[in-house]
Design a protein around this ligand. Sequence first.
Ligand code: GLV
Ligand code: MN
Ligand code: MN
Ligand code: MN
Length: 423
Amino acid sequence: MTGPTPDTITVNGHRLWQSLMDLAEIGAYDDERTGLRGVDRLALTDADAAGRRQVIAWMEQAGLRVRIDRMGNIYGRREGTDPTAAPVLTGSHIDSVATAGAFDGCLGVLGGIEVVRILDERGISTRRPVEIGVFTEEEGVRFGTDMLGSAVAAGRLSPEYAHALTDRDGRTLGGELIRTGFHGPADVHLDPPYAYVECHIEQGPVLAENDVQVGVVTGVQGISWQEITIHGRAAHAGTTPTHLRADAGLAAARIGVHLRSMVDSGAYGELRATVGHLAVHPDLTNIVPARAELTVDLRNPDDARMARAEEDLTAFLRTLEDGTPGLTLATRRMAKTAYIPFDERLQKVIAQAADDHGLEHISLLSGAGHDAQEIAALCPTAMVFVRGEYDGISHNPREYSTPEACAHGVNVLATTLLRLATQ
Ligand code: GLV
Ligand code: MN
Ligand code: MN
Ligand code: MN
C-alpha cells in the first residue's frame, strides 16, 4: 500500500472501450440486414476460443494468476494481503448469440480487468483477493442450457450433465472443451467468494426511459426453456383433404399464437413468451409438415404465475394432440431458473458508489438471465447495469452503449469492488 485507500476509483474509460472494440473483432461479421458489424461467438467455437485466448492474455498482462476449470470457466486472480480472506469475485461471459453486439457479457469481463489495471497503476492493495470469472456458455444458444458454466460452478448442475449436452450438429460440450483446449484441470466447484458483483449492459429500455446512466439490479426474473417436438404426417399439399391432415407446422403456429394470447390476457402477470427456434420437416412447399420443432422461452418475475403459465401451456399441447388424429407432441426441458433476488446490502454498496461518482441511478429487475443469478447461491451477489441506446436493443448488432456509459458502470464496479475487498 503506497498511501491511504482512495474512496472512489475512476478507471481508464478509453482503454476499457478499446478492449471492448478489440474483442468485438474476434468473431465479427457483417450483418446483411442492418449493414452493421456484429459479433458471432457461440460458446466453444473457434471464435470463442480465440476470444478466450485474448482475454487470458490481457489477464496475464495485468498480472493475474489464471486458472481454468473442467467447464472451461476461466478465473483470473489478484492476490490480497490476507491469505485467509475469501475473494471478491466479478466477471461475466464472452460467448455470444449469433447476432450479437460488442457489449453483452464482455463489459463485465473487460470491466473487471480494467479495475485490476487501475488498482495496480494506483498502487492499491486490498485485503481480499479480487477475482474475475469468465463463465462458459452463458447464452445457452449452442448447447441449450443458459448460464451453464456458472450453474456448474455454483453446484446447481453437474459437470457430467453439462459435458453431455450436444449442439445441433451432435457435438458434445465436453468434446468441444477438449477440442478448443479449454477443459482445464481446476476444480469446477467454486469456493464461496465473499461477494460477487457483475457489471452488464441493461439490454432493455428502462435506464434510458428514466434518463439515468446506472442501474442497481434487485434480482433476475425466472426463466423457463423447453423444446417441443411435434410429430404429424407428411402428405401431399394438393390432394390431402383438410380433415385427413396431421399438420405439424400448423400445430407449431398455433402454439406461437396461443402463447401470445396468454401474454395478452394478463392472467400470468408480467409473462413474456418467445418462440425463438422453429423448424419444419421436410421443409418443402408441397408437403404437409411431418415434424416441427420449436423452442419456448418464458420469463416471469413471479414463480407462481410462471408455474401456472407452464401448466396452461402443457394443457394446450394436450388439446392440440387430442384434437388432431395422428399428431403427437413431446416436450424436453432445456433450462429452468426461479426468480433470484439479489443481496440488499450489496445493492446499497453499489448505490452508494454510484452516488459517490455523482451518477443518478435507479433500482430495477433484470429481464435477462445472468451468471450472477447462479453465483448468488454461493455468496451475497448483486449487479450494476449500464444504459443502452436504441431502446436498449440487445442480441442484435445494433446493441450499443456509449463509451461514457460503459465507463460510468465500470467506475461504479471499481469502487464497489474496492470497498468490498477492503472489508
Ligand atoms: C441470455 O442472455 C438470456 O437472458 O437469455
Ligand atoms: Mn449476458
Ligand atoms: Mn445475452
Ligand atoms: Mn444473459
